[in-house]
Design a protein around this ligand. Structure first.
Ligand code: COA
Length: 316
């Protein structure tokens, strides 16, 4: 089999959202903001913050749900890849702690990648590459973020946008499923960044309008490249799963590409922007609602700090 032709099949999904809800009204008691402004500018109504849970606690729960739903023997896993920009430690990685907590076999590479909000899609691409070189059948890909720990709760321009959570998927290679990807990066430490060297400033910093403009030009570019490479039209796609940063970004993209907004599933109103966790949380939620049926074509798109971007076509 020509490895270029082997797609990936997501056989199961999982997610974990911490129960602590933080509403827009809650935030208006901390910073000078209000529910109406946040809803109108972002579509976000509430988000969930960890209440003592670590990044790895959420990642383990999402990963366990995906493994349980897949019904696989973990000895058949070829890799454990976690996408995150907010790990609990520089080392050990979140992925290594998932390996420990879920007692995954010790003969599989387990590591984190950081591509910010494009991380889960980068992670699927990395896991696919590892499966192509492994005799084992499955890979675990997780996106998990505890962004609340890295928010400046005095900066109303950023603290209202983000939330915590984790999503996960078990993937296998498939000869039948089409897979096309378009990944890229353009280094930039001005639009959005989170320093680690200076503990005082270890918070997310962002120029919102520059990131907004980056997003509304990058997402259509990713979608068009994926469609061109796959040789299909926008109408052939059943769902577009876009990184859940802002409703206005998604509306802008839908209008620009003349794609019905109903094809863009959104849950940012409930969770805010959960960075690398947002795409797998959407997939898990859609899967549980029975929205995803075998053969459906789904284009997932991520964009974010780095700057990074990523689009993939997967078949369910
Ligand atoms: N509540 C109330 N007012 C706020 C506010 C808040 N939470 N945040 C900013 N404002 C104010 C600003 O201070 C500014 O006030 P001024 O005109 O008196 O200076 C005004 O609202 C307009 O700010 P601006 O930044 O121009 O608003 P905007 O329409 O660009 O919306 C974002 C701001 C952040 C919602 C928007 O730029 C955005 O969504 N950008 C993308 C961010 C993103 O998705 N990042 C993650 C990418 S992975």
């Amino acid at each position: 089999m020509n490895s270029d032709l082997q797609g990936i099949h997501i056989i199961a999904t999982g997610r974990y959202i911490p129960p602590k809800v933080v509403t827009n009204d809650d935030l208006s008691e901390i910073v000078d903001t209000n529910d109406e402004w946040i809803r109108q500018r972002t579509g976000i109504e509430r988000r969930h913050f960890s209440d003592g849970e670590k990044n790895v606690d959420m990642a383990v729960k999402a990963a366990k749900m995906a493994i349980d739903h897949a019904g696989i023997d973990t000895s058949e896993l070829a890799a454990c890849v976690t996408a995150t920009f907010s790990p609990d430690y520089f080392v050990p990685s979140v992925a290594c702690m998932i390996q420990k907590e879920l007692e995954l076999p010790d003969d599989i590479p387990s590591f984190d990648i950081n591509a910010a909000c494009s991380g889960f899609i980068y992670g699927m691409q990395v896991a696919r590459g590892m499966l192509l070189q492994s005799p084992k059948k499955y890979a675990l890909v997780v996106g998990s973020e505890i962004i609340s720990k890295f928010l400046d709760m005095e900066d109303r321009g950023t603290c209202v946008l983000f939330g915590d959570g984790a999503g996960a998927a078990i993937i296998e290679l498939s000869d039948e499923k089409k897979y096309v990807s378009y990944l890229g990066a353009g280094g930039n430490d001005e639009y959005i960044f989170c320093p680690n060297a200076d503990e005082e400033k270890r918070k997310v910093h962002m120029d919102g309008s520059k990131v907004f403009r980056f997003a509304v030009s990058t997402v259509p570019k990713c979608i068009n490249n994926v469609l061109d490479k796959a040789g299909i039209s926008k109408d052939d796609v059943d769902f577009y799963v876009c990184h859940q940063a802002n409703k206005r970004i998604i509306e802008n993209v839908a209008a620009k590409l003349d794609i019905p907004l109903e094809k863009f599933y959104m849950n940012l109103q409930e969770y805010g922007n959960t960075s690398a966790a947002s795409v797998p949380i959407v997939l898990s939620e859609m899967n549980d609602k029975g929205l995803l049926r075998p053969g459906m074509k789904i284009v997932c798109v991520g964009f974010g700090a780095g700057l990074t971007w990523a689009g993939v076509l997967i078949e369910w």
